[in-house]
Design a protein around this ligand. Structure first.
Ligand SMILES: Nc1nc2c(ncn2[C@@H]2O[C@H](COP(=O)(O)OP(=O)(O)OP(=O)(O)O)[C@@H](O)[C@H]2O)c(=O)[nH]1
Length: 293
């Protein structure tokens, strides 16, 4: 799978975010709870430096709850506080303010000790495209904030969105482009729908997904497609599913393309269940700003 990667995108995003960072106290990094590592831009640590940061595991309604807990424990073990969210419904969103206060406790306590009344914490939501940044901002603002887009020549004044008394957010999120050296990261992003479908090879994605599901969620596959067995070879498995669903072309040939598309769609719409596509143990190296090499 080849996915175009334009260094120019990242350079621009980095420049814009560096400007925004000057105005804020904390970063709210939004990731997809189904792929908490693959949906992070690895350059984020370098960009935000030592700015306090909360990790928000969005779309947790679609992730495996057991795995989400494992991910929270993992992040906690490297001193990152991670909160599961469903920005669409608002679940977990209320805890962001308290978690931000906890994160900035030392700074706020110092201000109080000096007799100052701490102002609202200023935050910036950052994340890769489609991870749910606008949905979360609208949810926190309790109204629809217009998408600003990138219209050349129009300079927009930065607006602050009040979230209660204790928190305010910049109304334009920081967009980071996904970047990956490992092909498996790209496959995970693609399966969740984070990469434009036109760029994808559905059969390759379906075979990748089937290999993972067979190993980690065999019951879900058996149950959903009424299979009698789970073939070891993912292509045989795709064929068995296609036959069960009647995806045949003239002459009885298997329509692998249609079956692959259906499988992806069913994953993305939770027909296959709540499934997380990566586990903390899959990552042996994790670099974080707070971790010394
Ligand atoms: N199931 C589920 N869907 C969500 C959640 N949050 C956002 N979505 C959906 O994810 C899609 C993308 O959400 P957006 O808020 O547009 O994402 P964004 O990060 O602002 O995207 P860009 O504008 O491309 O940067 C939309 O269809 C949302 O409805 C969530 O917590 N759960």
């Amino acid at each position: 799978m080849t996915i175009q990667w334009y260094p120019g995108h990242m350079a621009k995003a980095k420049r814009e975010m560096t400007e925004k960072l000057k105005m804020i106290d904390a970063v709210f990094e939004l990731v997809d709870a189904r792929i908490p590592m693959s949906s992070r831009n690895p350059m984020i640590d370098e960009i935000i430096g030592d700015k306090p940061r909360l990790l928000l595991l969005n779309k947790s309604d679609m992730a495996d709850p057991k795995m989400t807990k494992e991910w929270q424990d993992f992040f906690s073990s490297i001193s990152i506080s991670a909160i599961p969210l469903n920005s669409q419904k608002g679940t977990g969103v209320q805890s962001i303010t308290t978690a931000a206060q906890q994160l900035l406790k030392e700074k706020l306590d110092k201000m109080r000790a000096k007799g100052m009344n701490p102002r609202a914490i200023r935050g910036l939501i950052v994340g890769i495209p489609n991870v749910g940044k606008s949905t979360l901002i609208n949810r926190l603002a309790n109204k629809k904030i217009a998408k600003t887009g990138d219209r050349p020549g129009i300079t927009k004044q930065q607006q602050w969105i009040k979230v209660g008394k204790a928190l305010e957010l910049l109304d334009t999120p920081g967009i980071l482009w996904p970047k990956f050296e490992e092909p498996v990261t790209g496959l995970r992003l693609a399966v969740t729908g984070a990469i434009k479908d036109e760029l994808l090879d559905f059969q390759e994605l379906a075979l990748f997904l089937l290999t993972y599901l067979r190993e980690n969620y065999p019951e879900n596959l058996l149950h959903r497609y009424h299979l009698d067995e789970l073939h070891e070879n993912p292509l045989d498995l795709l064929e068995a599913i296609a036959k069960k669903r009647g995806f045949l072309m003239s002459g009885g040939m298997i329509d692998y393309d249609r079956c692959a598309e259906m499988l992806l769609r069913e994953y993305r719409t939770e027909k296959l269940g709540k499934i997380t596509l990566e586990r903390p143990g899959d990552f042996y190296v994790f670099k974080h700003a707070n971790t010394k090499d």
